[in-house]
Write a protein that binds this ligand. Structure first.
Ligand code: PLP
Length: 393
């Protein structure tokens, strides 16, 4: 009998949806022209590219000329951050948070090396920044605010609307505007995004988090926002992102976003029920655990649990042996202590035993039952090796 496999790492990446593959297919075999070419093959590709751009734009309430296609979330974040700072042309001040994904965090560290100043806002125990702290952090030379919409490790949602409102007020009496970028990689397709409400200048999304292939993303850039190029070459993507467009993947991302947007309420209801079932089961069967971040203010598909007296990596290995895929939080940071949990003030020992379960609408209640039939025994067997746990018993 084939071994049961349960994939609960959908915040790292998702399966490509069959409808998405179908939508992409013609652009490999028939409409394979270069969208910049003059002939009919090129024109057909360009037509499809324009339609995909219009679709992505309309879903987030932007206009087509505000969408730049990229190769994913990391590139979109880099383009926003370095693009704004380069366009400014002087050293400036940037505000971000301590819990950003490395795509933003390491970009900010690079800015510091280049002589810019960066403030990293603290978060509370639920992984949320305070709008008051944010307001206090704004300086005369603040140029960019880059604050993620939802965190990838614990799912906490940041007060984007409040920040946007504070910035609106600040910008009304300033010569140099403070731009607002948000990394919406973990919320696109999960929370209804509207770039005008609360109002952001730049917003990054990544296709592989909502059913499109890896290697495609987009950056929304509000009209009138000047970003300098970080890559140089041809005049694709309004000359802002040179390089031949990956038409099949862009078509796939537009299709995946369309599906996710249409099914948002259904999918959220389902993943929330799965998450709550797993959470209840864990709380009922496993003592000495911490659920990270408050469920009231987090994306519905992430459950981050710290299991005392064990190593998260060891638990992931045990789960993997049973065909269950989960993660330590960030696929890109496996093996490193979590900067997110540290910023949330988590006990470092407990943080070491943290596992992130992240759901998609394709997961089932039977899969959660299976996890609950494996997880308590796996935790118990690892705890059996911990002298601290043994002494406590
Ligand atoms: N930002 C966040 C919040 C993410 O979770 C990720 C990926 O995990 C990224 C950025 C990077 O996106 P990509 O993998 O498309 O480069």
């Amino acid at each position: 009998m084939e071994k049961k496999k349960v994939y609960l790492d959908n915040s790292a990446t998702t399966a490509v949806l069959p409808e998405v593959v179908e939508a992409m297919k013609p652009y490999f075999y028939d409409i394979y022209g270069n969208a910049s070419s003059f002939h009919s093959f090129g024109r057909d590709a360009k037509k499809a590219l324009d339609a995909a751009r219009a679709k992505v734009a309309s879903i987030i309430n932007a206009s087509s000329d505000e969408i730049i296609f990229t190769c994913g979330g990391t590139e979109s974040d880099n383009m926003a951050i370095f693009g704004i700072l380069k366009a400014y042309g002087k050293k400036g001040h940037v505000i971000t948070t301590k819990i950003e994904h490395h795509a933003v965090l390491y970009s900010c560290r690079e800015l510091e090396k280049q002589g810019h100043e960066v403030t990293y806002l603290e978060v509370d125990k639920n992984g949320v920044i305070s709008p008051e702290d944010f307001k206090k952090a704004v300086k005369d030379n603040t140029l960019l605010v880059t604050i993620m919409h939802a965190n990838n490790e614990v799912g906490s949602i940041q007060p984007i609307a409040e920040i946007s409102a504070i910035l609106k007020e600040i910008n009304s009496s300033r010569k140099d505007k403070v731009y607002f970028h948000t990394d919406a990689v973990q919320t696109a397709g999960k929370i209804k995004l509207d770039v005008k409400k609360p109002g952001v200048d730049l917003l990054a999304i990544s296709g592989h988090k909502f059913g499109a292939p890896k290697g495609v993303g987009a950056l929304y850039v509000k009209k009138g926002t000047n970003i300098e190029n970080i890559v140089f070459g041809g005049n694709q993507e309004n000359s802002k992102r040179p390089g031949t467009e990956n038409i099949p993947y862009i078509i796939g991302m537009a299709k995946a976003l369309e599906i996710a947007d249409a099914e948002l309420a259904n999918h959220n209801k389902h993943v929330l029920a799965l998450r709550e079932k797993l959470k209840k089961g864990i709380l009922a069967q496993i003592p000495e655990i911490i659920i990270n971040a408050s469920a009231d203010n987090a994306v519905a598909n992430i459950l981050s649990v710290s299991f005392h007296y064990i190593e998260g990596e060891a638990l992931l290995l045990k789960l993997d042996m049973h065909g269950i895929a989960a993660s330590s939080g960030s696929a890109c940071a496996t093996g490193e202590p979590s900067h997110v949990l540290a910023a949330m003030g988590a006990d470092p020992i407990a943080a070491q035993g943290t596992v992130r379960f992240s759901f998609s609408f394709q997961n089932t209640f039977e899969e959660v039952d299976f996890v609950l039939s494996v997880l308590p025994k796996a935790v118990e067997s690892l705890r059996a090796m911990s002298p601290v746990w043994q002494n406590k018993k």
